[in-house]
Design a protein around this ligand. Structure first.
Ligand SMILES: Nc1ncnc2c1ncn2[C@@H]1O[C@H](COP(=O)(O)OP(=O)(O)O)[C@@H](O)[C@H]1O
Ligand SMILES: N[C@@H](CCC(=O)OP(=O)(O)O)C(=O)O
Length: 268
């Protein structure tokens, strides 16, 4: 038994390295399995919000490009091309299970204006009432920080807070947070539970593991700080096998669990 078992409203974040092959092209089998699991979890009565990266890679695939451009503007353009294709895939695959998706493109400064924040909360609430699955990505035409620093992890935490989610699950290309970067230290050990996110935790987190991943563990720790401070439990699990989501939500202790501050204290 873990607290994820009872989570009614769940934000799931999936990164580029989970959705694509090393070639940069879409991992069709992975995305199909992932959508099937999400559709089933939705059928079980939970509310789902998906935060999905991948637009730039999918855009590159669409144009037949094999190397990621270094310029920000080119990445913005690829994100705009890839976002349509990404949504087309989600729409098509979720439709097979009779679920509707909704595209939500956000910038992180949405929380800085009370009015925009409230508009955003209202739209999410209404979509969930309509039983749709919001699919969120950063609006890369408007905001370029994420393209440069790769941080849909933080965006997913902001979404979880805005939507008063019960849990945030980040699917990564690794089993969870280790006490050192396993790509550099073969003796690194998985940390199953983090009660307090202090400096010693941040020190363990390094950068991205592949050329497709961008934020690495550091941005996931940052996401955990935002989520946990607002009473949202967060987990990092391996997205290689999307069925890991079932295991987590059925109460199994997998990945790394960042324990939320008690809701009453966190939300006043
Ligand atoms: N302490 C750590 N524990 C686990 N992974 C770490 C750690 N420090 C750095 N990393 C790297 O972070 C990577 C995961 O982040 P990233 O490459 O951004 O991909 P994604 O966002 O798709 O999960 C891992 O593959 C790993 O190489
Ligand atoms: N908005 C960009 C993603 C940037 C990003 O944070 O990617 P990732 O590190 O894979 O979560 C895109 O969709 O390609």
């Amino acid at each position: 038994m873990n607290c994820f078992e009872n989570a009614k409203r769940v934000v799931v974040k999936v990164g580029t390295s989970t959705l694509t092959h090393e070639t940069g092209f879409v991992n069709i089998r992975r995305i199909e399995q992932f959508v099937k699991v999400l559709a089933d979890i939705k059928n079980s009565g939970r509310e789902l919000i998906l935060v999905s990266s991948g637009a730039i890679s999918v855009g590159m695939g669409k144009l037949g490009m094999s190397t990621r451009p270094s310029g920000t503007t080119a990445k913005q353009a690829l994100a705009a091309i890839g976002q349509c294709e990404l949504m087309y895939m989600y729409d098509k695959l979720f439709s097979e299970y009779n679920h509707n998706v909704a595209q939500v493109l956000l910038t992180r400064d949405v929380i800085e204006s009370e009015e925009r924040k409230q508009n955003c909360v209202n739209a999410f609430e209404c979509l969930l009432k309509m039983h749709a699955i919001p699919v969120v990505n950063e609006n890369d035409t408007v905001a370029v920080e994420e393209i440069e620093f790769g941080d849909n992890d933080t965006l997913s935490a902001l979404v979880a807070v805005l939507c008063h989610a019960d849990a945030l699950v980040i699917l990564s290309d690794i089993d969870g947070l280790y006490d050192a970067d396993p790509r550099k230290d073969p003796d690194a050990k998985l940390i199953a539970r983090v009660e307090e996110i202090d400096e010693s935790i941040a020190e363990k987190a390094g950068g991205a593991g592949t050329s497709r991943g961008t934020g690495g563990m550091l941005t996931k720790i940052h996401a955990a700080q935002i989520a946990c401070a607002d009473g949202v439990d967060m987990a990092i699990i391996n997205g290689k096998n999307p069925e890991n989501l079932y295991r987590l939500l059925e109460g199994e202790a997998i990945g790394t669990h960042f324990v939320a501050e008690p809701k009453a204290a966190a939300r006043g």
